[in-house]
Unconditional design. Sequence first.
Length: 153
Amino acid sequence: MRYLKKTRLILVPMLILILSSALFATEPPKSAKNVASSYNNFTVFTKDKLSLIEDNLLTGVKSKNSGLQTSCAYFLGEMKSSSAMIPLLRLARNGATEEARIIAGLSLYKIHSKIGMYQLKGISERDESELVRKVFDRIYKKYVSDNYSFEEM
């Protein structure tokens, strides 16, 4: 009887350890054909899926839901979507909330849109919200300092 108790004390923890390691084992991510984007080697998008995501985000920016507009504008900036420039400009000019306008401006900065930065400069001078004016002014100044240096003259 004592022998069974001793072996049980050793075998049960070993069995738990083996089973738990088998449960948490994962396979490495498989590479996809036509890889367009990857994030930390876990998420891999093909070009088709990436364009579908971009289309859905563009549709979200055009919706009437302010929260959806804001989050879609943010992710379009992260994707550096050049086709999102015009919807983001509209949102920066006519957004219902300050947050939506600011996120649209930041996304235009991330896209590195020269036209967008010129528009932000104009909006920073005439927007009714002081917060939006200050943020757009700083974004524009950051863009100018990043892209144009006076040391070369």
